[in-house]
Design a protein around this ligand. Structure first.
Ligand code: FAE
Length: 551
């Protein structure tokens, strides 16, 4: 069973999630150092003053996802003025409908990062293209197309935390050790996983409510068919405030997870990083966030430190400014794809020529593959579905093909008899990022056929479920007559792997003061949804770096 180390109980009294008292009593973490504000009272981290051309700064963090947010909090708490540079916008201003984010059912320009049409993961229905035309805008979800896969990523202050399903899963210890053997697992499971779970505000669903509410009927139906076929299921913790969700159900709070909001952002209820780690970093008074700034180059500065070049855009994509700043230390936190692309391009352009050959290597898709089943007419999954997954099928210990499958919602607002799954499998294939001199872009060598081991593993499980339930696969949701959603990924990992492209703590060899702190450190697979691992690893690495390099 997958259980988070040190996860927090939700506060049923206030119905609002984590209070400072709970934080202080609920975990074994040294919370004097953590000092996170209450989830309810924390003002979201918003940019106060953006970085200026010619600035010299002690610490610059590229990207504001999990790795970047952990670095920002720990550096500012250590007394270091820290500047976060984020290519997406700060999601704090409501649109004309009064909402910051749009829903999955009514996407507009806010949904996607500079596209004229949505590019939904489930992009077909009954054989028809389910996408919609939208205005071109600095939207919150990017679908980045490479030759044989597209990678979904969050864009904005908070990175992937703005768009993800909030599933907060601590990996199985044996698999963590297999994937990252050089990392002390005792220390991770005693100290850094609990610290990450506390900092992220992880909570678990009230199981009595889960068993009775219409909003999780889809998960109960998914559980029943899995268990009938002999598979075990497990509840999955989340960073969405489940107490808030119950109030949505009761009609006392504005609906978000219960109003089809998720991959284009949640207006309420979600403990995204701008409300947790980044808000706490902001509260130190030592944090500056520059949204809509994209870092394009990092090179040694004359004298000391690094010259960092960046481009500032407006929400329409027009270039507003080009800036060059100098940073004593630079933390790469642009995500697996962002950091890998940046470092590979910078190396190829001769700006950091001595970066190790392993930079760009070891990228994987965490074995992601999606699939849907058609249920019997009497097995309704519900017109009303919460967007936050709360249950998974755990077949990871099956040596013939490990699978951890999230029972995913399909919140269409109407009964569709669909059971949808995101399967995480153990796929051994790894791709490489390389600089393409003719296009000036970075390519990813992933091949379409490399997803086959993931399909094979997932097929064993879902064939067995279908056989027992006498049901069939849907073939109309990922293309026309296409069963498997195998050409996109939610969990990009690797590209700058710990202990290969960096030292054992994310330092880039040959360039003192350059660090990698995000999902690019994890070598392509972690067996569960990855953000708790990325956060915990960042906590471990930044603690070491602050003590040894910054003291
Ligand atoms: P990430 O969060 O992607 O942050 C990188 C940031 O850097 C982004 O904000 C970028 O905009 C920014 N950036 C990139 N390039 C530049 C540049 N050149 N200059 C300035 N800024 C830049 O990285 N994981 C789970 O554990 N549970 C889930 O339920 C889950 N659901 C997901 C659902 C969706 C739709 C998606 C897309 C992902 C999901 N994930 C989930 C994956 C998770 O969000 C992802 O692993 C983490 O966000 C990765 O964290 P990083 O810090 O590596």
């Amino acid at each position: 069973m997958v259980t988070p180390s040190g996860e927090l109980a939700h506060d049923s009294e206030l119905g609002t999630g984590i209070t400072r008292r709970r934080l202080l009593t609920g975990t074994g973490v040294a919370l004097g150092a953590l000092a996170l504000p209450s989830w309810r009272t924390a003002s979201a981290a918003a940019p106060s003053k953006v970085i200026a051309d010619g600035d010299r700064v002690p610490a610059l963090v590229i990207g504001s996802g999990y790795g970047g947010a952990v670095a920002a909090l720990r550096l500012t708490q250590a007394g270091i003025a820290t500047h976060v540079v984020e290519m997406g916008q700060s999601w704090t201003t409501p649109g004309s409908d009064g909402k910051v984010f749009c829903s999955v059912l009514k996407p507009d320009g806010r949904s996607f990062w500079f596209r004229d049409r949505t590019d939904q993961p489930v992009n077909y229905f009954l054989g028809f293209d389910a996408n919609k035309d939208i205005a071109r805008y600095a939207g919150v979800l990017d679908s980045e197309q490479f030759a044989a896969t597209r990678v979904y990523q969050g864009r904005g202050v908070g990175g992937g935390s703005l768009v993800n399903g909030g599933m907060a899963v601590t990996p199985k210890r044996a698999y963590f050790q297999e994937v990252l053997p050089s990392v002390n697992a005792d220390e991770m499971y005693a100290k850094y996983f609990p610290r990450a779970n506390a900092g992220l505000g992880v909570n678990t669903i009230d199981q009595t409510w889960f068993e009775s509410t219409k909003w999780y009927r889809f998960a109960r139906v998914g559980r029943a068919s899995a268990q009938a076929a002999g598979y075990s299921t497990t509840f999955v913790p989340n960073v969405y405030d489940f107490a808030y969700m119950k109030q949505e159900d009761a009609g006392t709070k504005t609906k978000s997870a219960l109003a089809s909001e998720v991959i284009y952002g949640n207006n309420y209820g979600k403990r995204s990083l701008d409300k947790t780690y980044l808000a706490a970093a902001s509260a130190t008074g030592r944090l500056t966030i520059s949204p809509l700034h994209t870092v394009t180059s990092v090179a040694p500065a004359s004298g000391s430190g690094y010259t960092v070049e960046m481009t500032q855009i407006d929400t329409a994509g027009n270039t507003v400014a080009r800036k060059t700043v100098t940073a004593d230390r630079v933390f790469f936190a642009a995500g697996s794809v962002g950091t890998s692309k940046l470092l590979v391009a910078i190396k190829a352009r001769g700006k950091l020529p001595n970066l190790p050959g392993a930079v760009g290597d070891g990228w994987g898709n965490n074995g992601n593959v999606m699939v849907a089943r058609a249920n019997h007419i009497w097995d309704t999954t519900g017109a009303d579905q919460s967007t936050m997954p709360a249950m998974g099928i755990d077949n990871w210990n099956d040596a013939a093909g490990p699978v951890f499958a999230e029972i995913a919602p399909f919140p269409a607002g109407t009964e569709l008899w669909i059971s949808l799954y995101l399967a995480i499998t153990k796929n051994p294939n790894r791709a490489k990022f390389t600089f393409n001199t003719s296009t000036g872009k970075v390519d990813l060598s992933w091949q379409a056929s490399w997803t086959q081991p993931s399909i094979d593993a997932a097929k064993r499980v879902f064939d067995a479920i279908n056989a027992k339930a006498a049901t069939i696969y849907r073939t109309d949701m990922f293309g026309t007559y296409k069963t498997w959603g195998d050409d996109f990924v939610y969990h990009p990992l690797g590209g700058c792997v710990l202990g290969r492209a960096t030292d054992g703590y994310g330092r880039l060899p040959g360039y003192p003061g350059l660090y990698v702190v995000d999902g690019s450190l994890v070598p392509g697979s972690i067996g569960v949804n990855p953000f708790v691992t990325i956060t915990a690893l960042a906590e471990r690495n930044i603690e070491k770096i602050i003590v040894t390099d910054l003291a």
